[in-house]
Write a protein that binds this ligand. Structure first.
Ligand SMILES: NC(=O)c1ccc[n+]([C@@H]2O[C@H](COP(=O)([O-])OP(=O)(O)OC[C@H]3O[C@@H](n4cnc5c(N)ncnc54)[C@H](O)[C@@H]3O)[C@@H](O)[C@H]2O)c1
Ligand SMILES: [Zn+2]
Length: 353
């Protein structure tokens, strides 16, 4: 399946197919066409390298693409300015020029870091996303947001830099830890909740392998459509933050150890739906429907924190300004909108504290 993301001045394809890993070289060669990258760097991390680097190497060799690898430690800590500095040093040593190509082969950590390096090296070189986690296949690899973490916080330094091509092979998910898989499913449920009743209903059961490929495609199509209309996240794209204001508060209260992002977003979506129902803006039963869908994907739905704990965290969210908060709410599953309210109103809607 191929989804196309058409932005003003730049169009790129998102390929999704089982077994695609072995054809990566050919697809990259096809994309490069007459343009010949002077140097190709494959950025990955050791968990992915151990499983898939040999096949990736063969695929690139078959397409006569010479590359040099750069291997990170797995995990969020690699999405740092220290890794970035090491990458820049390696680019310099290898004389990576503006016509070079960066391949980001890994989950969202590799994609965000490699993407930011691509955005900034020589003021921008091309890069290809080859996502290996469900979260990266449905979310992080598309839309052009790149970032590194700094001491001040997550994703505070970043750039918009669209990939030239996205190559997703759902077969690579076979070995993904179950918890990571569930986190990706939480984001898939989010796409259904904000934009597609059909996808939402489909997720009432856990997908088998064949359905998974299709579901990834649907998520990409929804994200691509929204990004096309709001590349720089100044309007409609905000609905992709459904469940995230609550989710970020839950992640923070758990000190980023207790819950993974997707787990926190799952609970956050239920909290947002409950809040919307109390405000009379969300159709009754929406929170229960979300609970059922998320439970079918093995996700917990009960937020362990009280409104009194959550609110202060939500008020410091970087997306808020002045005394008001902007929350993404559901009219009903499949239909989201942005609602602005003041703290007192939110406090009341969250349980009247
Ligand atoms: N740019 C965006 O739009 C965007 C959107 C959402 C999230 N993100 C970012 O993405 C990051 C999280 O991404 P993630 O959840 O993919 O995390 P990750 O990249 O850390 O991968 C999760 C774990 O899975 C392992 N792994 C990766 N591929 C595997 C495979 N095929 N088989 C077995 N194990 C594998 C990794 O080694 C790691 O331990 C965060 O930094 C977040 O900020 C970015
Ligand atoms: Zn998210």
């Amino acid at each position: 399946m191929i989804q196309r993301l058409a932005l003003r001045g730049k169009t790129y394809d998102i390929h999704i197919r089982e077994g695609l890993l072995d054809d990566c070289g050919g697809l990259i060669r096809e994309y490069l066409g007459a343009y010949c990258a002077s140097e190709v760097v494959l950025i990955t991390e050791s968990n992915v390298r151990r499983r898939y680097a040999a096949r990736m190497g063969d695929a690139l060799a078959r397409a006569r693409i010479a590359f040099w690898p750069f291997v990170l430690r797995p995990g969020e800590r690699s999405k740092s300015s220290a890794s970035l500095a090491r990458l820049y040093d390696a680019f310099a040593a290898r004389r990576l020029r503006r016509d070079g190509l960066i391949l980001a082969f890994g989950g969202g950590v590799v994609g965000d870091l490699a993407g930011f390096a691509a955005a900034t090296w020589m003021r921008g070189v091309r890069f290809v996303q080859i996502p290996t986690t469900l979260l990266a296949q449905v979310d992080a690899s598309i839309g052009g947001k790149t970032a590194v973490n700094t001491r001040a916080g997550k994703n505070l330094v970043g750039a918009f830099h669209q990939p030239s091509l996205v190559l997703s092979d759902p077969a690579l998910l076979a070995d993904l830890p179950a918890r990571e898989f569930r986190c990706g499913m939480a984001e898939a449920v989010k796409y259904g909740a904000v934009r597609s009743k059909r996808l939402f209903e489909r997720l009432r059961t856990a997908p088998d392998r064949a359905a998974l490929c299709d579901i990834i495609g649907e998520c990409c199509a929804i994200k691509a459509g929204i990004v096309e209309r709001d590349v720089f996240d100044t309007g409609e794209r905000m609905i992709l933050n459904f469940g995230h204001s609550f989710g970020h508060a839950i992640e923070t209260l758990g000190e980023f150890r207790r819950y993974k992002h997707g787990e926190a977003v799952a609970m956050g979506m239920v909290s947002a739906a409950e809040t919307g129902e109390r405000l009379g803006l969300t159709a009754r039963g929406s929170a229960d429907a979300l609970r059922a869908v998320l439970a079918a994907q093995g996700l917990e739905t009960d937020c362990p924190y009280t409104p009194a704990e959550l609110l202060p965290q939500m008020e410091t969210d970087k997306k808020n300004s002045g005394g008001t908060l902007r929350l993404v709410l559901l009219a009903a599953p499949g239909e989201a909108f942005v609602h602005t309210l003041d703290r007192a109103a939110l406090r009341k809607a969250m349980g009247g504290i």
